[in-house]
Design a protein. Structure first.
Length: 74
């Protein structure tokens, strides 16, 4: 049971941070953005997952470029 909660915490706080970033920029609660993302994903049969992954990739590359790292895995 605790492993399930650990997985949930990892996904919510450390996975990609896309919903958190959007919430901070727009001034909206992160939980509300996650909830709408889930609703839209069910209604459109998962197509927002593609948008989510593109945003996660873009945010990772932005951090990579801003910090001037040569290895994106560090």
């Amino acid at each position: 049971m605790y492993k399930l909660y650990d997985l949930k915490d990892f996904i919510e706080w450390k996975a990609f941070g896309v919903c958190t970033e959007i919430g901070e920029r727009m001034g909206v609660a992160t939980s509300r953005i996650r909830l709408w993302f889930i609703y839209i994903s069910f209604l459109t049969l998962g197509s927002p997952l593609i948008v989510y992954m593109v945003l996660a990739f873009w945010m990772n590359m932005k951090r990579y470029v801003l910090h001037g790292r040569r290895n994106p895995l560090l």
